[in-house]
Design a binder for this molecule. Structure first.
Ligand SMILES: NC(=O)c1ccc[n+]([C@@H]2O[C@H](COP(=O)([O-])OP(=O)(O)OC[C@H]3O[C@@H](n4cnc5c(N)ncnc54)[C@H](OP(=O)(O)O)[C@@H]3O)[C@@H](O)[C@H]2O)c1
Length: 243
């Protein structure tokens, strides 16, 4: 099985790569922008696990390059993990449309651009799996990160539509809803300790959900119940909360 990981320099993606490599019988293509870091990660992973691991340049924002990027993969992947993401700065995004669109263009448009190319290939080959990393932030908009949240909400709906389209072709789509994770994305944000998890734990849960052929996974699992409760709060109450 050949697995393509997009945004592979992400801390969560690194743990996912290890998780898949530890199961053996796969080869990995790590794709991201920072090639120096990526090549180190690929070499390290190959030494640690014995799994063949290539590094490839990929920029989610460079939409015109996506087709050539994908056609250049040999062999074509059997599965893809979309892990790239940009949290951005909510206050700056409120005041500067360029900053707001950067968040949306990375998290949503970047995924749409590359995943439509991959979906067409998987659909034609009648095989493959897609794992998309969304976020619980996309379930209800909060003042502290609604640009990021809106981009993840769009990604969630897009992945749901892909799942519905690709199921008859035997292609699976797993949508992942992580809560807070200790990664470079959240460094210095002062996240609540009790609600924040290590990326290794999230990666294990995602791999488990993939093996069980789940469509959706909250990780850790209790986020599902937290988000159910949050979804039930009436809007007239929710709008007054300091979230
Ligand atoms: N951390 C959390 O609390 C949390 C919670 C819920 C969901 N998530 C989601 O989980 C995923 C992984 O997050 P993380 O916390 O592991 O993030 P991270 O460590 O900050 O890594 C994000 C990675 O995204 C890549 N990236 C950003 N823009 C890109 C672009 N235009 N093209 C290609 N790659 C790009 C970067 O790669 P380069 O270094 O190569 O530029 C970066 O290493 C993201 O989708 C994130 O939104 C995170």
């Amino acid at each position: 099985m050949n697995i393509l990981i997009l945004g592979a320099n992400s801390d969560l993606a690194g743990c996912l790569a290890t998780q898949f490599a530890k199961q053996g019988s796969c080869t990995l293509v790590l794709a991201s922008r920072d090639m120096e870091l990526l090549e180190k990660k690929a070499a390290d992973l190959q030494i640690r696990t014995g799994v063949v691991c290539q590094a490839r340049y990929f920029d989610a924002l460079d939409y015109p390059s996506h087709s050539d990027f994908y056609q250049g993969l040999d062999p074509r992947p059997d599965g893809v993990i979309v892990a790239f993401g940009c949290l951005g700065n909510q206050k700056e995004a409120e005041q500067d449309f360029q900053k707001a669109s950067h968040i949306f263009n990375t998290n949503f448009m970047g995924a749409v651009s590359i995943l439509e190319i991959i979906a067409a290939d998987f659909e034609r080959r009648r095989q493959g799996f897609i794992i998309g990393i969304s976020s619980v932030a996309g379930i209800r908009g909060r003042k502290s990160n609604y640009h990021y949240g809106a981009s993840k909400a769009a990604l969630t709906v897009f992945l749901s539509g892909l799942r519905n389209r690709l199921d008859p072709a035997g292609v699976s789509v797993l949508t992942v809803f992580p809560g807070f994770i200790h990664t470079k994305m959240t460094d210095g944000l002062g996240l609540p300790g009790l609600l924040t998890t290590r990326p290794e734990i999230v990666a294990r849960r995602i791999h488990d959900a993939f093996r069980k052929k789940q469509d959706i996974v909250y990780t850790p699992g209790w986020w599902k119940w937290i988000m159910r409760v949050i979804s039930l709060i009436p809007e007239r109450v929710f709008k007054k909360l300091n979230l």
